[in-house]
Design a protein around this ligand. Sequence first.
Ligand SMILES: Nc1nc2c(ncn2[C@@H]2O[C@H](COP(=O)(O)OP(=O)(O)OP(=O)(O)O)[C@@H](O)[C@H]2O)c(=O)[nH]1
Ligand SMILES: [Mg+2]
Length: 335
Amino acid sequence: MKNMPAAAGERALLIQVSIGRQDKTSASDSLAELERLAETAGALVLGNITQRRERPHAAFFIGEGKLAEIQLACREAQANLLIFDNNLSPIQVNNLDLAIGVKVIDRTELILQIFARRARSAEAQIQVELAQLQYLASRVPVSAKQQRFQGGIGMRGPGESPFQLRRAPMLARITVLKKKLRAIQKRRRQTRDRRRWPVVCLVGYTNAGKSTLLNALTDAQAYVDDRLFATLDTKSRLMFLPQRREVMLTDTVGFIRQLPHGLVASFRATLEEINAADLLLIVADASQAYVNEQLAVVRSTLAEIGAEQPALLLFNKADRAPAQAALAQLLRAHP
Ligand SMILES: Nc1nc2c(ncn2[C@@H]2O[C@H](COP(=O)(O)OP(=O)(O)OP(=O)(O)O)[C@@H](O)[C@H]2O)c(=O)[nH]1
Ligand SMILES: [Mg+2]
């Protein structure tokens, strides 16, 4: 993986519990996405174990009977990491870790890890550290035996130094980071208030092609890659329109299903850009089988951050074969 050394020896099994009547295809799509996320974080994915349940098991999320099967699978595949597609409670993470004896992380923690590794600007790093700390503060280990605090994928800050695992210093650090972030946001707001151009924001699911579009329309030379969360530091560029008109075109961080709320709050500064835009261009990857589901995620995330300005929907990657057939149907479904 380019410029991202794999965490040494991270061999992962993916675990997914489908609850109630969750659609089978959407569950397998979510699992495929989890695999891409795990690989982006540097883990080697060895396989997956799935289970269907009416409701989550209170102590383990997954059924108690599955624990032995998972343990055996870990031993056979020599896995040292379990990644749950479901978001787990702190107690469930601890219980699983102790019962199976292998490090357990969930979807949220995995996404936070990717953000931590990829954050470059001071602002993005503060946002990531804040999100990680808020998440970790509720997950202080109950036992030194727990595998999850032995390094590797899991909580490492952008500086790759292990966190202090005590709650009080964490909370103090959270206060400091929030203050720093507010100062950066204030500066940003002042620049924005002085702006002379209408602002158009590119938004959409991760990997939809937002940065590619920014590059095509301006000279931004933004980083483009066929991986999830290529963009974490956003760019703005002037775009020239006919009749000598200009707009400011802004790229943003992609959305994803089950985006952690703590993260959404921490990335408010970035998302503020969306709120302050005059027009949103929603970029959707028409070659994705689950483009409608992805669009639903984008719309609900926009609603969550209170973005209510006019939006244009734009179907991208129409050149790809699977998209050709789907396109006509999509255009009918989204007039
Ligand atoms: N075939 C095809 N590929 C495209 C098109 N637009 C973008 N891509 C590819 O899709 C991948 C993702 O593009 P990006 O522009 O990085 O996507 P993004 O929405 O900025 O993604 P994140 O920043 O990761 O959220 C890249 O490999 C692009 O080359 C398109 O119109 N057709
Ligand atoms: Mg991008």
